[in-house]
Ligand binder design. Sequence first.
Ligand code: ATR
Length: 275
Amino acid sequence: MSDFPRAAVIGNPISHSLSPKLHGYWLKRYGLDGSYTALEVSEDQLEETLSRLPKEGYVGANVTLPHKVNVLGFADQITDRATLIGAANTLTFKSDGRIYADNTDGYGFIANLRQGAPHWDPKAGPAAVFGAGGAARAVVVALIDAGVPEIIVSNRTRPKSEALRADFGARISVVDWVQADMMLEEARTVVNTTSLGMKGAADFKVSLDLLRKDAVVTDIVYNPLMTPFLAAAERRGCTIVDGLGMLLHQGVPGFERWFGQRPEVDEATRAAVLA
Ligand code: ATR
């Protein structure tokens, strides 16, 4: 058992995770005793790992692919937002041995938008969301919470958009992927939650001709930081917010719970993670 709090990110693969850099930077910046490492954990090893870590001095963990959904099966307490999203990314190991599961992705998404576009008004009009995968669920829950009046979702595989509507209700409407550009006519908040535009993935090819100049546009892809989608939105005069901030902000609640200090997300934090 270590005499300082330990935390980790668990996933598979895990070597590309930026979380160790982020939390390592914060630990150093605030002069805290603690550690944060990356643990490669396969699906077979998840249960054993979760029972072992608390005994080894771990106070919590971030959870990434492929465990974000399955981890709920091993939690003793699940926050409402993690239940709604159907996935957790932040675990806290309580001293009584209980596992508390939360999802801070939606929090990170909104905090990033508020920091990157301080004038952003969720109530100004509809939001358009490209994609309906795991990340989209967190984004949709967060947008509903923030008071967006209507959320239009378009996904290549339409039944996944329909599932979002079934789960989150009447504020969601669904548009076919072939007509995804039509969502932009009214949208004041525009989000890409697909992997399109990511380094090594296919291009984002939906036309932005209908995109309003007064829309705030964000992408959850952060490699590259300036995705072709964001670059095109910027050329149209939109305020753009890159996806790195979502990753940084989603780490804040866990770090605060585990190490007792609420960390800042600022230029120095971004620089440390990008270094
Ligand atoms: P995440 O949990 O990060 O959202 P995911 O659940 O695999 O990951 O979702 C990836 C998203 O990118 C989905 O919306 C996916 O669309 P499908 O549901 O149709 O698979 C979208 N996506 C990935 N590649 C795509 C492509 N070539 N064209 C359109 N959408 C794509």
